[in-house]
Design a protein around this ligand. Structure first.
Ligand code: ATP
Length: 364
């Protein structure tokens, strides 16, 4: 286990800033996921943790020791790529043993470590089989075996399941997380898939254009997004936003949307001024005849037990998750009730969430 800390780490390629001053602490034993769209700087950040890329500025600490300029070979960290290449002409035992052989471990030590690793991954019955003939899942397990056999301080994984089909991916996600818990590892895992991140992570860092937008548990990030980018990236469908122009004093208890006052449980500490976006997740919207906020139903997507209903209002579209038994007619006008304690409010210009007294402090 290890603690990995990045302090103001930045990386530029020529004039292009790929990572712009990232501060992150990965605690001992944590399953830490870096989540973000393609090109946001996830891989570059991970490669700097691994020692495969030198930061342009900032410091990297491994268990408190400054390893910023140490090469990968001196860091005792395992890096697991997507499409991890196995040696097809070797059997499972030889593949898993390979990293130990390279480091001249004693024969009996190699045998013991390989067998222990294979048992852990439940592939001990395959040790003498050629990898060429194995199923996709078993090949992934052998690849993992090769990464964990050295018992490194930490695992860095770059979309290791990216090439798998979605059913199998789900299965391997569960196995990876279970393995992490069994061997008490510290894992940093990269993905652009929010569902994978939510399912696996203890802590998620969401990156956007080289910066970290928010770090938190999956629930914190879902319930209290620090920015419109996060609110939009997380959740399927994502949060809906209503455009509001407001001038609210500190501690305001209601906000006017299209002339209709909506209740807020003393949500916002700061003054909220100007162009704002009121955010609400689909499960916190319901239809209520008495509600002042009105809209017209323009679509409904059937999802089995629930349906996602899209309603257009004067201030923007809202999606509501309703029981699929509720009869909904396209074109009808409905009243919309929004759960006050679940509302988010953003500065529409900067995209940042306004700080909130309800949540005991500032966002982000
Ligand atoms: P993806 O999921 O697509 O791999 P990512 O979030 O991992 O994306 P990075 O691979 O870290 O993103 O790349 C971030 C940005 O830096 C991209 O715009 C990429 O083109 C650029 N970049 C990465 N490596 C280099 C390099 N060696 N030289 C120049 N630009 C690079």
């Amino acid at each position: 286990m290890a603690e990995i800390k990045l302090e103001s780490v930045a990386k530029t390629f020529g004039t292009f800033a790929a990572v712009k001053g990232v501060d992150v602490t990965v605690d001992h034993g944590s399953f830490f996921v870096i989540l973000g769209p393609s090109g946001c700087g996830k891989t570059t950040t991970l490669r700097m943790m691994a020692g495969l890329e030198l930061p342009t500025s900032g410091r990297i600490l491994l268990d408190g020791e400054d390893v910023t300029v140490l090469p990968a070979s001196a860091r005792d960290i395992a890096f697991v790529f997507q499409l991890f290449a196995l040696y097809p002409h070797m059997n499972v035992r030889q593949n898993i043993a390979f990293p130990l052989r390279c480091q001249n471990y004693r024969r009996d030590e190699v045998r013991r470590s390989v067998e222990e690793t294979a048992r852990l991954l439940r592939i001990d019955h395959l040790l003498d089989r050629r990898v060429g003939g194995l199923s996709g899942g078993d090949r992934q397990r052998v690849a993992l075996g090769r990464a964990i056999v050295r018992r490194p301080k930490a695992f860095l994984m770059d979309e290791p399941l990216g090439a798998l089909d979605s059913e199998f991916r789900k299965l391997m996600c569960g196995e990876l997380r279970e393995l992490h818990d069994r061997i008490d590892a510290t894992t940093v895992y990269i993905t652009h898939d929010q569902l994978e991140a939510m399912a696996m992570a203890d802590v998620i860092a969401i990156m956007n254009q080289g910066r970290v937008e928010q770090i938190g548990t999956p629930q914190e990030i879902y319930d209290r997004p620090a920015s419109m980018f996060v609110a939009d990236f997380i959740g399927a469908p994502p949060m809906s936003f209503l455009a509001v122009w407001a001038s609210l004093p500190r501690g305001a208890r209601s906000i006017e949307v299209d002339g209709v006052p909506l209740e807020m449980p003393q949500l916002f500490e700061d003054r909220a001024e100007g162009s704002l976006a009121l955010g609400v997740r689909p499960e916190n919207v319901s239809f209520a005849d008495s509600a002042g906020l009105r809209g017209r139903v323009i679509g409904a997507e059937y999802l089995g037990t629930t349906q996602i209903v899209t309603v257009t209002t004067a201030n923007g579209q809202i999606k509501a998750r309703l029981p699929s038994g509720n009869a909904v007619r396209i074109g009808e006008t409905v009243g919309l009730a929004l759960r006050p304690d679940k509302l988010s409010l953003f500065d529409a210009v900067s995209g940042r969430a306004l700080s909130s007294a309800l949540y005991g402090g500032h966002h982000g």
